[in-house]
Ligand binder design. Structure first.
Ligand code: PLP
Length: 360
């Protein structure tokens, strides 16, 4: 069967080369005589898979020695609770910027454990932008300052990070990790679920500065304490072994592409193909203010619901699948993560041009 161009927001397309390599190694990994899925997480061979994945991520993201890399379970949503449980430990308050549903959910979860100060929100314009920040609204004594770097549903991204002084910046990079260069030293904690740019759902990467470890709230469940996982090198309990292996292969693939800077260049070119088309189109319209457009998720609309539905149906018949926008936004959304080849975007744009010519 022919593979389709899958524009899903997540889980999403993975690099074909990695899928094929995983297929080859699926039954027997190296000389082990078994699948990675069948290996003890305490075996030497699995340990080498874990260490290599960590070392490659450290390299790719230029992570300094004073940060721990953790491979956890529970997806991005578990981080919504782990962050306040572990970090709201001095003044029991934190700053949040609401740039979409995921930031909102994170703030709501945090408010169960302490005081949440909403510094800014773009809810009033349906999250079509990153809101302007007024530093006077930042709390000097906040335990951390939280942002969502790429807003998967609405298609916005932070281009400039807020200056939070001594207050640790915490970032959700679930839908943009390894897609653009980022200065990790600006962050106290950065995390990402795997199911967009890294691999199969089930593993979550957390990168945390060492000085933030060890002061979780008294009642924090053991499994939700970062320091427990840090002390045990992500092997406190059985980690998502197959996800870690696959993610490791994706890290190798990103390195072979030239690293994160090369990925970013390619992603900028792919996104420009789509946005340039939208900007000159008489029929299609992008929904995000230009300066805040995401490189990963591009939402757009047609003038009527009927045309939206027609477009999605006809696109699917041509092998461009999962273009329907999130239910809260409507219209369409093309998610063009690292693994989406340039050719996929070129063909989608050609299809959109033809659709416009046929439906004007
Ligand atoms: N954060 C962002 C930016 C996301 O896009 C998502 C899911 O799409 C989440 C968090 C939630 O992740 P999970 O489904 O792994 O809990």
């Amino acid at each position: 069967m022919k593979r389709v161009y899958n524009f899903s927001a997540g889980p999403s397309m993975l690099p074909l080369e990695v899928l094929e390599q995983a297929q080859k190694e699926f039954v027997c990994y190296g000389s082990s005589g078994m699948s990675v899925m069948e290996m003890s997480h305490r075996s030497k061979i699995f340990e080498s898979i874990l260490e290599k994945a960590k070392a490659d991520l450290k390299d790719l993201m230029h992570i300094p020695d004073n940060y721990k890399i953790l491979f956890l379970q529970g997806g991005g949503s578990t981080q919504f609770a782990m962050i306040p449980l572990n970090l709201m430990n001095k003044n029991n308050c934190a700053d949040y910027v609401i740039t979409g549903q995921w930031a909102k959910k994170a703030a709501e979860e945090a408010s169960r454990y302490g005081k949440v100060n909403i510094v800014a929100s773009s809810a009033d314009t349906t999250f079509d932008r990153i809101p302007e920040l007024d530093p006077a609204k930042f709390q000097k004594d906040a335990d951390y300052f939280y942002i969502t770097l790429n807003n998967t549903i609405y298609g916005t991204r932070w281009r400039e990070l807020p200056d939070t002084g001594d207050v640790p910046l915490v970032g959700d990079m679930s839908s943009s990790i390894l897609s653009e260069e980022i200065d990790i030293t600006r962050f106290g904690l950065l995390y990402a679920g795997a199911q967009k740019n890294l691999g199969p759902a089930g593993v979550t990467v957390v990168i945390i500065r060492e000085d933030l470890l060890g002061n979780a709230m008294e009642f924090t469940p053991t499994m939700l304490k970062y320091d427990i996982h840090a002390k045990n090198n992500s092997l406190y309990n059985t980690p998502p072994t197959y996800g870690i292996y696959f993610m490791g292969r994706v890290f190798e693939w990103v390195k072979a592409q030239g690293g994160v800077a090369a990925m970013q260049k390619r992603n900028e070119e792919k996104a420009a193909l789509l946005y340039d088309f939208l900007d000159q189109s008489q029929l299609f319209r992008g929904t995000v203010v230009k300066k805040d457009r995401s490189l990963m998720n591009a939402p757009f609309v047609l003038p009527t619901e009927e045309l939206n539905a027609k477009f999605i149906k006809e696109a699917e018949a041509q092998g461009f699948v999962n273009l329907k926008g999130h239910r809260t936004v409507g219209g369409m959304r093309a998610s063009i993560y690292n693994a989406m080849p340039r050719e996929g975007v070129e063909k989608l744009v050609a299809f959109m041009e033809q659709f416009e010519a046929d439906n004007r």
